[in-house]
Design a protein around this ligand. Structure first.
Ligand code: NAG
Ligand code: NAG
Ligand code: NAG
Ligand code: NAG
Length: 336
């Protein structure tokens, strides 16, 4: 079955090092944040396929909310209900565990991440990590809970108690090492049209805040592309400009990505520079934008203004004609 998966993974995460891209690990995980303030618990839960959120958890009904039509993967309703029941029991039990057994006092925040990750393209490895007040508290490996050094005595006590329950450890192990990996494969398959979609980037240039007198910061914006791997470089002819600085990938609300690449140059050296963008959606036709060349958006605005002026002038002529024609008969009538 993993053999079937490999071509899918290759399609999902194209672009090796040669293209300046990178491989993202395939993972599915659930993030839970629980806060206990003023004697009241608040729980938030979400499910993620890598960097894409696929599920939310309705904390008042305990129901899983599926964010995409394919978020059910290939699990039956019964299996999904079993998962809901599991999370419900788990949330109820853990509330008591932290308060009455570990004696945590009002108020504290708890973060849990549990899931599975594909390692070296063949085996899924399950993981579970718990943090309290933003510090690592304990983790789960090989069916055993391990305290984190920063967790102190409370973490040691928590692990001691949890490790005494083989049934709970086995359930967690089964969840992250069997159920989640099967669910992940089903998700990758059910969502492949969406996950393998190709969305072309748009690019535009601007100048940023001047780094020093006599210098320009050239900014190349690339936005709206999917999947994430992209190559953006300032070029002088065929020469890559090593001073190009890439920003962080920022997510757009529609699931596509934004990236900018900047270059600091002396004012006289900007001529002939171009920003070059390579992306799998472009089918080898790189986007190339020349610094100083007229931008298309400006050209369009200019065109729109000309058209509007022409229309207004036309309207003016027509109105003048209309009124002169109207006036003629009425004055003739008055003269009678
Ligand atoms: C804490 O909860 C009590 C009742 O549950 C409420 O009356 C009080 O206003 C709450 N305090 C704060 C600071 O929210
Ligand atoms: C969550 O559950 C509550 C109670 O069942 C319901 O009223 C609410 O509409 C649900 N919210 C969402 C986003 O499904
Ligand atoms: C987990 O168990 C396997 C075999 O049961 C062992 O090879 C591995 O070293 C263990 N890993 C840890 C972190 O204890
Ligand atoms: C879902 O698909 C995965 C991968 O193809 C498979 O291992 C699994 O048996 C399928 N069904 C269920 C219910 O997990």
């Amino acid at each position: 079955m993993l053999f079937l998966l490999l071509p899918l993974l290759a399609a999902l995460f194209p672009g090796g090092d040669s293209e300046g891209g990178f491989e993202e690990p395939v993972s599915f995980y659930v993030i839970q944040t629980s806060s206990f303030h003023n004697h009241t618990w608040k729980h938030l839960g979400s499910g993620w396929l890598g960097e894409l959120q696929t599920h939310r958890w309705n904390s008042s009904s305990g129901a899983i909310i599926f964010l995409y039509p394919w978020s059910r993967g290939n699990f039956s309703n019964n299996e999904l209900m079993d998962l809901e029941k599991f999370f419900h029991t788990y949330f109820t039990n853990h509330q008591g565990f932290y308060i009455s057994q570990l004696m945590f006092k009002d108020s504290f925040d708890l973060q849990v991440i549990l899931g599975c990750e594909l390692h070296s393209g063949k085996d899924f490895v399950g993981f579970l990590q718990i943090a309290i007040q933003g510090f690592e508290f304990m983790s789960f490996q090989n069916e055993t809970f391990f305290p984190s050094p920063k967790g102190g005595e409370k973490a040691q006590k928590a692990c001691l108690l949890l490790n005494l329950s083989p049934a709970f450890k086995h359930t967690i192990h089964k969840l992250i090492s069997d159920i989640f990996p099967r669910f992940t494969l089903g998700l990758l398959d059910a969502g492949k049209t969406y996950l393998q979609r190709q969305v072309k980037p748009e690019a535009w240039l601007s100048s940023g805040p001047s780094p020093e007198p006599g210098h320009l910061l050239l900014v190349c914006h690339v936005s709206g592309f999917y999947p994430k791997p992209v190559w953006v470089m300032w070029m002088q002819g065929e020469q890559e400009q090593q001073g190009t600085q890439r920003g962080d990938f920022l997510p757009n609300a529609d699931g596509t990505w934004y990236l900018q690449a900047t270059l600091d140059v002396a004012v006289g050296e900007a001529a002939g520079l171009a920003c070059r963008v390579k992306h799998s959606s472009l089918g080898g036709q790189d986007l190339v934008l020349y610094w100083g060349a007229p931008h298309r958006p400006l050209g369009l605005v200019f065109l729109a203004v000309i058209v509007a002026l022409a229309l207004l002038t036309g309207l003016g002529f027509w109105l003048r004609k209309y009124w002169t024609h109207r006036e003629a008969p009425s004055s003739a009538f008055l003269l009678k």
